[in-house]
Design a protein around this ligand. Structure first.
Ligand code: UDP
Length: 369
């Protein structure tokens, strides 16, 4: 049995490894890019700083099977992500939490709101902003409007080009209001950055006698034989856009180098209300790289356009879901062809979810054999 895996990101590398190792079958992995690791690709620049070419990637998961699988190919540091944001010029942390109240408001007001929040919500509850806005109490209504306006509204318009209620609730719910003193971005049991980077991790995953990797190779140009296909590219492209194009958002990173050890106080600083970029990444924080220089990336969002930029984010809404369903129905008619990954499943997966999906798919295929 010869397997073709299209795409050498986390999804492709996970399924390739499992098939090569556990089914002992040949796997050819192709990628149209000139590098492996998909959008998790990172590299050390001339200053020795590990740059995440497609924006900050922080591995986090509650799934022990995913963590254990990836940990076979890399060790992780114990980095726990925090996101700083400037709200009305005040430095605070996101998600909005009980500590944020005290950063932003006068202490008496903050305390009053904190007490009311603790009466209304259980401690540790994560409340999506669109739900948080449904408040009767005057103080909490004021707070909800404030958080909506200062943290979500303008950031979402920059990031998605539409108002927060025009993207699926699941998008803004990724960053809820958090009734907690925990200032971290993620609460997952396992979190960290691969000690030698993501590219090295994926390289290790693909390093198996049954796996061959071909870069700069688009699926459309691949003429080799295969019995089974795993496709992690865009599902609409696979079917020649016969039902129309699925929408995507893209991002563009403007790198800047500075002749000083640090630029900002944190790996990621969000600017929900100011400027045209959404956030600034300073990469040396992730692996604690030592250099007299630092490199930052300003992140600008835009619509995906063919030939101009890359697909980053599926846009979850009713129209795209219905369109995707049509493609999925076509995909189900194919024998021995499987779609997975952010682009193949048209899902806003985090890295761990992409790996989980690949492991699950593999288990189904193995079980059916
Ligand atoms: N979001 C926001 N303000 C912020 C951070 C996030 O409005 O300061 C919203 C925005 O709509 C964003 C979504 O929450 O697209 C998800 O944010 P997350 O940081 O999870 O996005 P990612 O890191 O995947 O780009």
């Amino acid at each position: 049995m010869i397997n073709l895996v299209v795409g050498a990101g986390f999804s492709g590398a996970s399924i390739a490894r499992k098939v090569a190792e556990e089914l002992n079958e040949k796997v050819v992995v192709i990628d149209s890019k000139n590098h492996i690791a998909g959008n998790a690709y990172d590299y050390r620049d001339k200053n020795g700083i590990m740059i995440h070419k497609y924006g900050s990637h922080i591995f986090h998961t509650n799934m022990a099977n995913v963590w254990n699988f990836i940990s076979r190919f890399t060790s992780f540091n114990t980095y726990m992500h925090k996101v700083v944001a400037f709200v009305d010029g005040v430095e605070t942390t996101i998600p909005f939490n009980l500590r944020t109240l005290y950063d932003i408001f006068p202490e008496t007001l903050a305390r009053r709101m904190e007490e009311k929040l603790l009466q209304c919500f259980e401690y540790n509850k994560k409340v999506p902003i669109l739900e948080f806005q449904k408040q009767d109490d005057t103080d909490l209504k004021f707070l909800a409007d404030y958080v909506y306006e200062k943290i979500f509204l303008h950031y979402t318009i920059k990031q998605w080009g539409v108002m927060p209620n025009e993207v699926d609730g699941e998008v803004t719910a990724r960053v809820p209001v958090y009734i907690s003193c925990d200032k971290r971005y993620f609460q997952d049991k396992y979190q960290g950055i691969p000690l030698n980077g993501y590219t090295k991790t994926i390289e290790n995953m693909l390093n198996h006698p049954n796996i061959e990797v071909l870069l700069n190779t688009a699926f459309a140009n691949y003429k080799g034989y295969y019995d089974r296909l795993f496709y992690t590219g865009p599902i609409d492209e696979f079917f020649n856009y016969k039902f129309g194009e699925l929408g995507y958002r893209s991002v563009n990173f403007k790198l800047e180098e500075f002749d000083r050890p640090y630029y900002q106080c944190n790996a990621v600083v969000n600017y929900p209300c100011n400027y045209d970029f959404t956030r600034i990444h300073e990469y040396k924080y992730y692996l604690n790289d030592i250099s007299d220089k630092t490199v930052i990336a300003k992140e600008y969002s835009s619509n995906f356009e063919h030939g101009k930029n890359e697909r980053y984010y599926p846009i979850p809404n009713d129209i795209n879901r219905a369109l995707y369903q049509q493609y999925l129905n076509e995909a189900k008619k194919l024998n021995n062809a499987y779609f997975l990954g952010r682009l193949g499943d048209y899902r806003y997966y985090d890295m761990d979810q992409a790996v989980f999906r690949a492991l699950n798919l593999f288990n189904k295929i193995k079980g059916a054999k």
